[in-house]
Design a protein around this ligand. Structure first.
Ligand code: ARG
Length: 439
């Protein structure tokens, strides 16, 4: 089941064969491998390297293999070195000796490079779609829950925001993730097919033609670079790592905000699990798993960066190690995006508890200071005065707006009745640049 062997005297050991084989994981690229081969055959015919009959037979055979794989008639398994060997050997079995002409003017080095680029484009676009779906869900949940909540710094209550505004911060993060992915795709959209092993071929092939057929922008300039560039894989895993970091931060807040300590939101039963011992427990496992799997995607990024760092030009077998981490990262990121969308969609929001937290958190203290500034006091002085007010309220267990006007005046005679309206939570969000938060 090999594409080589002429120069060898003894058989490859079984141990080495298993160690070397990538079929178990590169079989996911069967579609791209067959499409790449069909484009290559069309080009060989156009360049007068194959006859019309030969090209028709090969294309028909390749399409049949594709159908048989998709309908489960042909299982991708056995002692093949990789998906490329699998397709080629099965083609020869099917169409006979003409199948042996498929690999004219091609190496597995440019073949695997073009397959991986096609696979990357298809999957990165699926990730973009999944991010877009998550954004739609976030926007919808945000619009329906435009309630005041505490905003935090240092995880201490800081100033008021709205649940909608808070959630929309994630919408913006995911917007960047989407753009990053599309940017990377436009950078890598060049075809390595025709670079051959490392130094091109003596055949007069037409790289522009395969490039067009496979929907790339242009053929890669340098052959050595074409067969050994894995930057785009590093870049896409890096993009996925950043998106996972955003998913993980969101997960962390879902875990926190759904705890009894906060109770701002409730995760639906459908995305929670129970405890085998504590009957009362409802655990946020979905969010915890997303947070956990983030580490796994980061690990893949470190793995591929390290694999590539010392490689001389051009192809080295080390590069086969790009696949498992890449495929796993794509699968992991897609499933996390999907679970997150469903979890957010089914979350319920507790307006009252968020308001309680706002009242207990002195979240209008900055505005009290602003009020004094508006009435002539320097901000640094008003900051001190309001600090003293907070201390007083804390000792009495009241909110600032619960103080009487006489109590206010004890701290500064600049206060009058208008303070109550000025520090009313709804009114705060109507002032100045904050208007954007209330929208
Ligand atoms: N399975 C190999 C990989 O993923 C395909 C390329 C093999 N090329 C070679 N010269 N042995 O990298």
């Amino acid at each position: 089941m090999k594409l080589w062997g002429g120069r060898f005297k003894t058989e490859e050991s079984k141990l080495m064969e298993d160690f070397n084989s990538s079929l178990k994981f590169d079989k996911v690229m069967y579609f791209e491998d067959i499409q790449g081969s069909i484009a290559h055959v069309k080009m060989l015919y156009k360049s007068n390297i194959l006859t019309k009959d030969e090209s028709d037979t090969l294309i028909k055979g390749l399409n049949e293999i594709l159908q048989e794989i998709e309908f489960g008639k042909l299982k991708i398994q056995g002692d093949y070195e990789d998906i490329h060997s699998f397709v080629e050997i099965n083609l020869v079995k099917k169409v006979g000796d003409v199948g042996k002409k498929l690999h004219t003017a091609r190496s597995r080095n440019d073949q695997v490079a073009v397959d991986m680029r096609m696979y990357t484009k298809r999957n990165a676009l699926e990730i973009v779609d999944s991010i877009q779906h998550l954004q739609d869900v976030i926007k919808d949940k945000a619009d329906k829950n435009n309630y005041i909540m505490p905003g935090y710094t240092h995880l201490q209550r800081a100033q008021i925001v709205t649940f909608k505004y808070h959630l929309m911060a994630y919408y913006n993060m995911f917007e960047r993730d989407k753009k990053r992915m599309l940017n990377s795709l436009s950078l890598m959209n060049e075809s390595p097919l025709g670079c051959c092993a490392l130094a091109g071929t003596t055949y007069d092939i037409d790289r522009e033609y395969t490039c067009d057929l496979l929907d790339f922008d242009k053929p890669i300039d340098n052959y050595l670079d074409g067969v050994s560039d894995r930057d785009y894989i590093i870049e896409i895993i890096s993009n996925m790592s950043i998106a996972m970091m955003h998913l993980s931060r969101l997960s962390e807040e879902i875990i926190l905000f759904s705890s009894k300590e906060f109770e701002f939101i409730k995760i639906s039963d459908a995305y929670s699990t129970g405890s085998s011992i504590m009957p009362q427990k409802k655990n946020p496992d979905a969010a915890e798993l997303i947070r956990g799997k983030t580490g796994r995607v980061y690990g893949s990024l470190m793995s591929i960066l390290t694999t590539m760092k010392g490689l001389p030009l051009a192809y080295n077998k080390d590069m086969q190690e790009d696949k498992e981490v890449f495929f796993d990262s794509i699968k992991t990121t897609l499933s996390c995006l999907n679970v997150m969308s469903n979890m957010i969609d089914t979350v319920t929001v507790n307006k009252e508890n968020m308001m309680k937290a706002v009242k207990h958190g002195f979240l209008n203290a900055t505005e009290v200071a602003d009020y004094l500034v508006n009435h002539g006091m320097a901000f640094r002085d008003s900051h001190k005065v309001v600090g003293e007010i907070v201390l007083y309220c804390e000792e009495k267990s009241i909110a600032i707006e619960d103080m009487s006007i006489d109590e206010f005046k004890k701290f500064s005679d600049l206060f009058d009745e208008s303070i109550y309206e000025f520090i009313d939570y709804d009114n705060i969000l109507k002032k100045g640049i904050k208007k954007e938060i209330a929208e």
